[in-house]
Structures are given as structure tokens and as C-alpha cells.
Design a protein around this ligand. Structure first.
Ligand code: T4K
Length: 413
């Protein structure tokens, strides 16, 4: 809802919040699915129907597992219905209990996976540059109840895997990684998926490569893989014998088929992501107090997350006001990962945790912008122009916008 009827011809900034026509005629989402070749998917679906094998270890699921394992360079991949369930299966297979050290600055699903198993997530602060769990702080959080460390490669940029592995080895703890953001990424020349005892990818529709819904556990550990595979299928080890408490984590044949098609079409997605990213980076370069999360030269990256850090002590507008301006223009920027897991239910106020100053700061500063096949680089440049205009007219925006109710997380008309 505009705050005032604006008229650019009379000096009011040309922004939808002041009554101008929104810059985009459609909504631009963070995480809009990339679909390159629906026909190839439909062909695979036909074959699925011909075989009448819809789920429970069919050929699409097996092929997907093989492709992922080969691409990552691990002996085992276990495809799972989604990454949250995959994390739960992995934690169960590792017999994690008590406490696990995990960053708070992540999607809440990371913490939920632990809590569902009765494990207490012990929140660790993150490094201000990488946004990943800070190994220097991990050691201090280890108690006699700690059974593991769960790193998250946030935005697909690798954790400090060596430092974390050193701590895990010294303290005889299991280290695993939530690699939900990190398909196709690397740490140096080593693909993500090969670190710790195992890593978990997400192939959710909002990821750059997806299977509608999907996840996968990658590991070189034969025994662990066997346990994960059994847990994923109700604990079955034979036709009618169970070895352990299991769950249904199977990926359907339709989802696996989508995953396979999506993997084959990475090229054009990566190309567009990169072009959009470069347009954003160029367009936002000179803005005061704005930093764009950059890839690091030595690591492979998918350019799937366009994340700004807006330092409110320097920038003329707070992140939340800029978000509101953009929403009115139909650019549905997201405050990933506000407010940090430790401030969300059911973790809020439970137990005590160390102060998390970096997480607190980032949670108030980061803003994810849309990218992917839904948009072209010139549209990314257009989003940047909006940010420039909003900054130029920051005083007017600040004056007008507090009257608006806070953004609710439903989609605006
Ligand atoms: N660990 C980390 C670090 C994660 O980020 C995630 C998930 C997980 C673990 C767990 O992975 P999974 O169990 O999901 O495999 C989304 C996703 O649901 C979630 O997968 C993702 N991370 C998280 C960061 O984002 P929402 O609630 O923010 O997304 P949603 O549904 O609002 O989608 C974003 C926008 O994209 C929508 O406003 C509209 C658009 N959209 C979305 C979908 C699903 C479409 O246009 N079409 C679609 O089909 O959680």
C-alpha cells in the first residue's frame, strides 16, 4: 500500500511507495524455481508410468544417487525426500544425542532436524566475513554432553572445513555438514559433499538445482551409508526384517526424475545466475554501507544467492525499510535468516546460550535478492536503480514508511 500519492513530475521519488507504478509487472521471488527442460521431465514421467514403479528405490532414484555420488566423488549417496529428513536420518545413524554445536545463523530447518531427535542445538556464532560457523568459538561450547558439530555452508560458501575437522578429531566428535545451499560448490578443488563424516544437500524447488522436493546424504563411510539407507526405509534390512528405528524418507520417482533433468540443465542456470550476480554487483558497487556477499576466487560457486549486508550505521536506509520499498515494486527480497534460530520458537528463551553478536548483527543486515531464470541481468540492474533511488530519497522513505504495518510473509497482490 503506497504511503502517499506520489508524482514524479512534481519531485516525489519515482517509487511505488510514493504512488508510482511498481517497477515490475510480475513478482520477482527469491527462490523461484528454475525449470529449463520440462519436456525431458515429462518423457521421464511417461517411462515411470510405463514401469509402474513410482517410489521405494526405483530406477530414477538409483540413477540420481549414482549421478550425485559420481559428481561429488563419494562412494555413497542416499537420496531422501528432503534435506531436513536427510539431516534427521544422518543424525540418527550417527547416534547423536545430548548436544550438537550448530550455527544459529541458518534456516531453522537445520536446528529443527536436531530438536526432532531430542538433541539440544547449542548455537555458535558465525564469522562476520564468511557467515559460517566460527571455529574459534566452537571449542568453548564443547561439554561432556556434546556428540557432534553440524556446520552449515551458508549461501554455498564453504565452512572452514580444516579447522572444524581438527577440533572434531581432537575432541573425538563427529563432524557433518548441512550443505543444503551448496550443490555444485567446492572448497578449493574439493567438491562440497566430501567433508566430515557426511554432508547433506537440498534439492528443494527453491534451490538452483532441484527435484521439486529432495535431499541427499553424501558419504564415503560404508557403514554409515548402510545405516542411513536402512533408516530411510523404515529400518528395513531385508524384505520383512528391520534393524533399527526407521522412518519413511524415500524420494519418489517423479522427484528423482526432476532432479536428474535439473542436473542436466545446470549450464544455462549457472550462466544466468552469474550474469545476474554481476549486474547486481556492478549496480550496487558504489552504495554506502552495502556489501554484496561475494564468491571467493579459490572456490566454485553457483551464484544462486544474491545477499546484501546493509550496515545501518553507514547506509541511509535500514535493511527493513529497503525491503519494504522493494516489495512495493514487486521485488520480494527476503530477510534470510532473520532473526537467527536462537530467537525463533521453540529455541527462544530455552536454556542459556552464549551471546551471538555477529549473528544478531547479520540477522538485521542481510537481505536476499531474486535471481535465477525468472529474470534477466537488465532487471537486476533495474532493482539496483530502485535501491539507488530509495537511498537518494532516504529521508522521505523513513518519514513515510513507519506508518505501514510490518511485512507479513504472505504474497502481496
Ligand atoms: N538447511 C538449510 C541451510 C536450508 O536453507 C534448508 C532449506 C534446509 C536445511 C532444509 O532443506 P529442505 O528440507 O527444504 O530440503 C525455503 C525452502 O522451503 C527451504 O528449502 C530453504 N532452505 C529455505 C531457505 O527457503 P521459504 O519458506 O523461505 O520458501 P518459500 O516457500 O517462501 O519460497 C520462496 C519463494 O519462492 C516464494 O515466496 C515463492 C517462490 N516459489 C517457491 C516455491 C516453493 C515459487 O515461485 N514456486 C515454488 O514452487 O523456505
Amino acid at each position: 500500500m503506497p504511503v502517499a500519492a506520489g508524482n514524479p513530475r512534481h519531485g516525489t521519488p519515482s517509487l511505488a511507495v510514493f504512488g508510482a507504478v511498481p517497477r515490475f509487472s510480475r513478482q520477482l521471488h527469491v527462490g523461484a524455481p528454475n525449470v529449463v527442460d520440462p519436456e525431458a521431465f515429462i518423457q521421464r514421467l511417461r517411462r515411470i508410468f510405463d514401469r509402474n514403479r513410482l517410489t521405494n528405490g526405483g530406477p530414477e532414484e538409483r540413477e540420481l544417487e549414482q549421478v550425485i555420488a559420481e559428481r561429488v566423488g563419494v562412494r555413497h549417496c542416499i537420496a531422501v525426500v528432503n534435506a531436513t529428513t536427510a539431516l534427521q536420518i544422518l543424525c540418527r545413524a550417527l547416534d547423536w544425542h545430548g548436544q550438537v554445536i550448530v550455527p544459529s545463523f541458518t534456516f531453522v530447518g537445520t536446528a529443527h532436524a536436531l530438536a526432532w531427535l531430542g538433541i539440544q542445538p547449542v548455537f555458535c556464532d558465525v564469522d562476520p566475513d564468511t557467515h559460517n560457523i566460527d571455529p574459534r568459538l566452537v571449542e568453548d561450547l564443547i561439554t561432556e554432553r556434546t556428540t557432534g558439530i553440524l556446520g552449515v555452508h551458508l549461501w554455498g560458501r564453504p565452512c572452514d572445513v580444516d579447522a572444524l575437522q581438527r577440533i572434531a578429531t581432537e575432541r573425538k566428535l563427529d563432524l557433518v555438514f548441512d550443505a543444503a545451499h551448496a550443490w555444485g560448490c567446492s572448497s578449493g578443488s574439493t567438491p562440497i559433499g566430501r567433508f566430515g563424516r557426511a554432508e547433506v544437500f537440498s534439492f528443494h524447488a527453491t534451490k538452483w538445482v532441484h527435484a521439486f522436493e529432495g535431499g541427499a546424504i553424501a558419504t564415503d563411510d560404508d557403514e554409515l551409508a548402510k545405516r542411513c539407507a536402512a533408516i530411510k526405509r523404515f529400518g528395513f534390512v531385508g524384505y520383512d526384517r528391520t534393524s533399527t528405528l526407521g522412518i519413511n524418507g524415500t524420494m519418489s520417482e517423479a522427484a528423482a526424475a526432476m532432479g536428474l533433468v535439473s542436473l542436466k540443465t545446470e549450464g544455462p542456470i549457472l550462466q544466468r545466475n552469474r550474469a545476474n550476480f554481476e549486474a547486481y554487483a556492478e549496480g550496487l558497487r558504489r552504495l554506502p554501507g552495502v556489501r554484496i556477499v561475494q564468491p571467493t576466487a579459490e572456490n566454485r560457486w553457483h551464484y544462486h544467492y544474491v545477499v546484501l549486508e546493509i550496515d545501518e550505521t553507514v547506509a541511509p536506509l535500514h535493511r527493513d525499510l529497503l525491503q519494504r520499498v522493494l516489495w512495493e515494486e514487486r521485488v520480494l527480497a527476503r530477510r534470510y535468516f532473520y532473526p537467527g534460530c536462537h530467537r525463533l520458537e521453540p529455541y527462544r528463551g530455552v536454556g542459556t546460550h552464549r551471546p551471538l553478536p555477529v549473528t544478531e548483527r547479520l540477522a538485521h543486515r542481510t537481505l536476499a535478492l531474486p535471481t535465477g531464470l525468472q529474470m534477466e541481468p537488465h532487471e537486476a540492474a533495474s532493482v539496483c536503480e530502485l535501491v539507488h533511488t530509495a537511498f537518494e530519497h532516504a529521508a522521505a522513505v523513513r518519514k513515510g514508511l513507519p506508518e505501514l504495518p510490518p511485512i507479513e510473509w504472505h504474497e502481496p497482490a
